[in-house]
Design a protein around this ligand. Sequence first.
Ligand SMILES: Cc1cc2nc3c(=O)[nH]c(=O)nc-3n(C[C@H](O)[C@H](O)[C@H](O)COP(=O)(O)OP(=O)(O)OC[C@H]3O[C@@H](n4cnc5c(N)ncnc54)[C@H](O)[C@@H]3O)c2cc1C
Length: 434
Amino acid sequence: MDDPKGLFAPDFKLTPYWWDRTPRPNLPSVSPPDKADILIVGSGYTGLHAAIQTARAGLSTVVVDAEDAGFGCSTRNGGQISTSIKPGFEELSRRHGREIATAILKDGQASLDYTADFIRTERIECDHRIVGRFHGAHLPKKFDQLAKECEGANPAFTTGAYMVSPQDMPTELGTKAYHGGCVFPKHASVDPARYHAGLLDAAIAAGAQIFSNCAATGLTRSPTGLMVTTTKGTTRAERVILATNGYSGPLSPWHRRRIIPIGSYIIATSPVEPELMDRLFPTDRVLSDTRKLVYYYRPSPDRSRILFGGRVSVSETDPRKSAPRLHAELTSLFPELRRIQISHSWMGFVGYSFDTVAHIGEENGVYHAMGYCGSGVGMAGYLGMKLGRKAAGLAGGETGLEQIGFPTRPLYSGKPWFLAPAVTAYRIRDRFGI
Ligand SMILES: Cc1cc2nc3c(=O)[nH]c(=O)nc-3n(C[C@H](O)[C@H](O)[C@H](O)COP(=O)(O)OP(=O)(O)OC[C@H]3O[C@@H](n4cnc5c(N)ncnc54)[C@H](O)[C@@H]3O)c2cc1C
């Protein structure tokens, strides 16, 4: 590999850091049954949380994934758990009225509590910790904006968020790059692949049947139900759940037209000296900043490495190429890390929506939850659970997010031709704070 600066560690890998500890599950290669009550496409957090609900309700539940179970974002993410609701109260109220805005923000808070409760009650060992998030102001004027958002987060409940002044930065983070920031104490961290492995065990124990390397290639209606054609046979199902998010393909053009797949790129570093780690990262918080092209990063659960992610190219690229760019961004925040090597570099496709919130809904027996806009570790599980309850006819499936429409744009069919100019525009806006 071309590596003139010696950035790549001798054991450099192009697979997620998390997969070292949690290898890909090896499920038996068999065909799905001819009939099921519920067929779920996608075996990430959305699909498996839905499956647990429907299987525990006594419904025969089949989950198919085109790749290994959990191959999508759910085992490749940064392991940061936030509310996933990007627009603030004012913006949501302007779009949908105060009542729906409040209900949506409550969904965001509920997703944090749901995830923590689920992991605790299912006894999933996945390094889940409520460590809080530090969100850095990358420009002085962003500090004032953050302070305003922090104060007026929502009239209906408190997030407990508080500001950190530029003078108090050393207690949060060993960088001079931020002009203070905001702490969201309820945000959490997790090992995403261990979480997914525990979830997979729980779904199988509940009676769900999981079929990997089994792509759904067709979805049609017949007088007796929904027919799902897969690469391993056809299943007739009463209800179908689409849990494909950023990997949504031609199976359902209606959904594909509403999801913008965007590559998110991430690296893990080689081990960092413990003293240096403690100086740069005095807390265990997850970290992000006010850029539109956000950087998200954190120490690994054992505090040996740093995981650093973001969007560093205008168009999609190879993780070999994104790795040195992410390294350069990491060292612009922490110059002391300039000699640290990269041990892993990988990417995955997050699913954006045009209105930057997640969506959940149903039409004629086909259910969906998707569009987490790059922050679905908490929300995907929460909406998956809600979908499962709805599909099983159980109480408790209501959400604020179901009350809003799922927008698309004219001429958009699922290939984001506008991504490169949008990324360029965001870079300019980040530079000037507009
Ligand atoms: C690099 C990276 C870092 C991230 N970091 C964070 C983070 O720190 N915090 C956070 O909150 N979020 C983060 N995210 C996003 C988060 O991981 C996702 O929002 C979440 O995992 C979505 O879960 P899901 O189950 O809906 O989709 P996925 O986990 O993506 O699962 C979708 C599955 O559908 C399958 N599929 C698609 N089409 C078909 C078909 N036709 N037939 C069968 N199977 C099909 C795919 O193979 C895939 O396995 C990150 C994502 C990436 C890529």
